[in-house]
Each structure stands twice: as C-alpha cells, then as structure tokens.
Design a protein around this ligand. Structure first.
Ligand code: AMP
Length: 291
C-alpha cells in the first residue's frame, strides 16, 4: 500500500495509473473495523485502484468534546489496510484538506439537512459535504462507496453530488451495514463502550427488527405512533440514557405516520445514547417484503 499525505503526489500517482483504470474511493475517519473494510473490499473487487482516506473532519463535529474523544488508531488502521491489500491510503492533515482561505461553501441540501441527525447535530451535514466535496475534487474517483449505517448521510452526499455535478462522472454505491455476530452495527464509537453497554446496545437492532415485524404482520392496522413510543420505552427500560429519535420514513425520506399500499420502501431509523456514546442504526422494509 502506498501512503500519501500530499495532494500533488496522490494526484500524480492516480493520473499516471488512471489510463483505462477505474478508481474506487472509500472516505473514512479511521478507527477502522470490518464495516469500513467491507466497503474497501467491495471497491477492490470493482476497481483497479482503491483509495481509502483517513481524516477526522473537525467541521462535521458539532461538539468539540466528541471530536477530541473520537478514537484514533492509525498504526492499527494501516496494518488492517495492508492486510486486505488496499492500494492507496490518503492521510492528509487538516491544513492540507482545508488550507487557510479555502472557500467553504454552503450547500443547498433542503430539508434533509435539518431533520433527524441534522436536527440533533446542527451543521453536521454541511461539514460532511465540505470534506466529501474536497476529497472528491482531489481523488476524482470512478466509484464512491458509502455505508448505509449512515443512511441519512448517503442521501445528503447523493444530493451534494447532484448539486456539484459529481454524479455525472462518479457512481455512488450504498453498501450494507456490517454487524457483529449478535447484530450490533459496527461503529468506531463502540470502542468507547463497556462490555455491558455493548450487550445493551443490541436493543437498537432488536427494536428495529421488532418494529419491522410488527409492521409486516399487520401493515394496514399498525399504529406507528404507538410503535414509536413502545420502542423508545423499551430502549430506555433496557439501559439507554436517552433516545433522540425512533422514526419511520418513506423513500423520499419524509416522516410517515401510517402505512399505505404505495410505499416502495420504508426505513426505520434510531439514534440513542448509552454510557454517553450516541449510536445510530436503521433497518429497511422493501415493498416486496409486504405480503
Ligand atoms: P466513518 O469512518 O464512521 O466516517 O465511516 C466511513 C464509512 O464507513 C461511511 O461511509 C460509513 O457509513 C461506513 N461505515 C461505518 N460503519 C459501517 C458499518 N458497520 N457497515 C458498513 N459501513 C459502515
């Protein structure tokens, strides 16, 4: 694996390698786990060159403490990437990505910026878009790989790519959430949890699965507001300190309060805090899953 911390050297390498080759790109904030590695492996299967980036983007943290506490394990990350044969790792500093006088933009993301994660983390999605736009300008990949664990982020980045015209030459791939053997979505933040909290955190996926099966058992009669309340109560009773949301959205990413025949997809999303660590997860119901 070749390590780059300079934009000009990365670009020179990619340019000479680019003739008739495709470049897959997986942006991350490090503290890599099997979820990140699954994206990188998919990129490696589908491209001649895969670039992973590790950059803990201060702009997307609305709380300074969350940024300083974010786990960092570069040596271990490099070893993991070497082991799976990733071609390039880009590890820029803050001033490389955002030099002084870098023209930060405001992206017109619409309502999706302000709901759910956007509501609880003001400025978060603008920060995400700033860095992803910058990294796409640098890497100019053929394919970009994102994880559906951060479902709203996938929608936001898709929107930013349309606004900036990236969608004309970069194909976006949304990859399934990788979970541990019990079902907990892998997350760099899990490293901050005690073993007891890791096991209690399974309440997230268990409540999502329970809500999905309740909906599928009786779609026309299900009361989503009661289901929401029951799921929140269950999380609180099982050790979560707070639940920011447990909510049902349609394929346009609008909140829904009842089920109609016309849904292509329903997504149930949750964000909740345990041992001071805020975790998110989601589950999808596809139209063909309705009987
Ligand atoms: P992060 O380092 O948390 O910014 O994540 C980098 C990329 O990995 C994002 O596209 C995430 O959605 C994705 N990712 C994080 N956790 C998982 C997971 N458990 N399964 C699949 N993708 C993930």
């Amino acid at each position: 694996m070749i390590l780059f911390d300079r934009i000009d050297l990365l670009q020179a390498y990619l340019q000479q390698a680019q003739t008739q080759q495709s470049i897959g790109f997986v942006p991350t904030m490090g503290a890599l786990h099997e979820g990140h590695l699954a994206l990188i492996k998919q990129s490696m299967r589908q491209n001649t060159i895969t670039v992973c980036s590790i950059f803990v983007n201060q702009l997307q943290f609305n709380q300074a403490e969350d940024f300083t506490k974010y786990p960092r394990s570069l040596d271990q990350d490099i070893a993991l990437l070497e082991k799976i044969g990733c071609h390039c790792l880009f590890i820029p500093t803050h001033s490389t990505v955002f030099p002084e006088n870098y023209p930060l933009k405001t992206f017109d993301l619409g309502n999706v910026e302000h709901i759910l994660e956007g509501f609880y983390r003001p400025g978060h999605f603008q920060g995400v878009c700033q860095v992803v736009k910058r990294l796409l300008d640098i890497v100019r990949p053929t394919n970009l790989y994102l994880g559906m664990k951060d479902f709203q982020q996938c929608i936001v980045i898709d929107k930013m790519m349309q606004l900036e015209g990236f969608n004309q030459f970069i194909k976006l791939h949304f990859c399934d959430t990788v979970r541990n053997e019990d079902g907990l979505a892998l997350s760099s933040r899990n490293k901050r949890l005690s073993p007891q909290a890791i096991s209690k955190a399974l309440g997230l996926i268990n409540n999502l699965k329970q809500a999905k099966s309740t909906i599928l058992n009786n779609p026309t009669l299900v009361n989503l507001d009661s289901l929401q309340q029951a799921s929140i109560n269950s999380l609180i009773n099982n050790g979560f300190e707070s639940v920011d949301y447990f909510t049902f959205m349609n394929e346009q990413f609008e909140p829904i309060h009842s089920i109609t025949d016309s849904f292509k997809q329903i997504i149930i999303l949750v964000a909740a805090t345990i041992e001071g660590v805020r975790l998110i997860d989601n589950i999808i119901i596809k139209s063909n899953e309705f009987k």
